[in-house]
Design a binder for this molecule. Structure first.
Ligand code: ZN
Length: 502
């Protein structure tokens, strides 16, 4: 039996190495590749992805996983985790027949190209028939995987194992109902007392910012012996075997772009770097879920990176690195770091308003999958919810329902992982504070190691041993809840209000 398990680990590690090579091709494409080489790169990625798919679906590999799963009692608990999670993932794949997979892939790539044009021309009608077909095919996919459950639940689980619509309905509704009045209050206050949030604007040479961001990531715990920081249009994190690569984006007019992208991606990277190296390539050596991954990025970006203590440490370094900051105060910088106001575009939304953008999408996509909302009614429903939740309404669909690529790629059930990340982050951060005592003094000295060590012990090292809700409960003593995040955002709003009345 143990032999079979060793074979499984060897096969998973082989797949992991191939996927690392794929990740490297993607990383190179986003950061280095000359524009004229993109066709060749697409071929290379396609060829290698086909090898991965082949090896993952050989009868020998599938039989091995099935055999182990049928004899789970003979394995140690950690080995059971690897078998259970591998089988779960493979079963989802296996239930989709080849024709459905091909039809879905073709539709997605066609719809993606149409979305680019629809957004450019602000033409929802162009995309609508594709969205309708995507909803239909995702329903078929969900039915093939598990016809006994609501399609949305099945799709959601593909992105966030352990999450259910019932958990989301409960937590996200609480978050929504708590946030709507807060945002309305913020809007009224800012209308009467606008805040000056320009302290991190000016002109800052890209080279100086690169050096500064490297120093910040390093201080947080990012290991440059096992990682790189580069630049790309859309910042991302990717694991390439033994190293983790992050990217940021630089604006010479505003320090916030690079800084907060770096903090966010560093959070993702610290998670990857904190996984158990002895479990490399297996589920136990793989991040728990997308929501949990996002919790690590949001924790460093928002809860640490927008805190007063963090800025007490950062400000003297920033002032030294950027002469343009001379004469400005740390208080003004903190205000700029925490700028908040309702806006139309999700990716540019601030900490206070971000989750309402997600909840809106969660409610609409659920209704689409359930057949309660027709595609043609989607733009109107979008505008109505924006007005209700955020008090702003897009004049164009480009700034509304066409802004995100997700639905055009058939990704239904993906959006909630962003809000789960924020929710987990706040709950974990509270628990770390309870376990370790106040973290502010350490942050103000630039010492982030107590928090990082806590996260490694409580979250990173467990990989997929527990599903996200259980991991949160074990680390914090309570099931996932909206309350810690709401409490944090309420404090933030009160602080902003106090600043706006000065
Ligand atoms: Zn992220």
């Amino acid at each position: 039996m143990a032999l079979g398990y060793d074979d499984l680990v060897a096969a998973l590690r082989n797949l992991h190495d191939l996927k690392g090579a794929l990740a490297l091709l993607h990383w190179d494409q986003e950061t280095q590749l000359p524009a004229g080489a993109s066709a060749g790169r697409a071929r290379q990625i396609g060829a290698l992805a086909a090898v991965v798919h082949e090896r993952e679906t050989t009868p020998r590999f599938l039989d091995l996983v099935d055999d182990l799963a049928a004899n789970l009692d003979h394995l140690e608990p950690p080995q059971q985790v690897d078998v259970r999670e591998t089988k779960w993932r493979l079963d989802r794949k296996r239930r989709l027949d080849g024709a459905l997979v091909r039809e879905r892939a073709a539709l997605k790539s066609e719809a993606h190209a149409v979305w680019v044009r629809a957004r450019r021309d602000d033409d929802f009608a162009l995309l609508a028939p594709y969205l309708a077909r995507l909803v239909t095919i995702e329903r078929r996919v969900a039915a093939a995987i598990d016809s006994g459950r609501a399609p949305y639940d099945v799709l959601l689980e593909g992105f966030e194992r352990g999450a259910t619509t019932a958990i989301l309905d409960e937590t996200l509704r609480k978050l929504r109902d708590g946030l709507i009045p807060l945002i309305a209050r913020l809007q009224r206050r800012l209308a009467d007392h606008p805040l000056d949030t320009t302290a991190l604007g000016g002109h800052f040479a890209a080279e100086d910012q690169r050096r500064f961001n490297r120093a910040v990531a390093g201080r947080l715990g990012f290991d440059f012996e096992r990682g790189r920081l580069d630049e790309s249009v859309h910042p991302f994190t990717t694991e390439v075997g033994d190293d983790v690569r992050i990217t940021t984006r630089v604006s010479e007019q505003d320090l916030r772009y690079a800084l907060f992208s770096t903090l966010h991606e560093t959070g993702h990277a610290l998670y990857e770097l904190g996984l158990d190296p002895a479990a490399r390539g297996t589920p136990r050596g793989t991040a728990c879920s997308m929501g949990m991954h996002e919790s690590q990025s949001r924790l460093w970006e928002n809860l640490v990176g927008r805190s007063e203590a963090f800025w007490r440490w950062l400000w003297p370094l920033a002032a030294k690195a950027f002469p343009a900051l001379q004469g400005r105060s740390v208080a003004a910088a903190l205000l700029a770091a925490n700028e908040a106001r309702p806006s139309l575009i999700r990716t540019e939304a601030d900490e206070l308003t971000y989750n309402l953008h997600i909840i809106l999408r969660f409610e609409l996509e659920q209704a689409l999958l359930a057949g309660d909302l027709g595609i043609d009614d989607l733009p109107t429903a979008w505008r109505a919810k924006m007005r209700h939740y955020l008090g702003v309404e897009p004049l164009t669909d480009r700034e509304g329902v066409l802004q995100d690529v997700h639905w055009a790629e058939g990704l239904f059930g993906y959006f909630p992982t962003y809000s789960l990340g924020n929710l987990y982050a706040a709950q974990l951060y509270d628990a770390a504070g309870r376990d370790l005592g106040p973290l502010d003094d350490a942050f103000a000295r630039g010492d982030f190691s107590p928090l990082l060590d806590w996260l490694r012990r409580q979250v990173h090292v467990h990989g997929q041993t527990f599903q996200a809700p259980e991991l949160v409960a074990r680390a914090t003593g309570a099931a996932p809840s909206a309350e810690p995040l709401l409490a944090h955002l309420r404090r933030k709003l009160e602080w902003l209000e106090a600043m706006a009345s000065d």
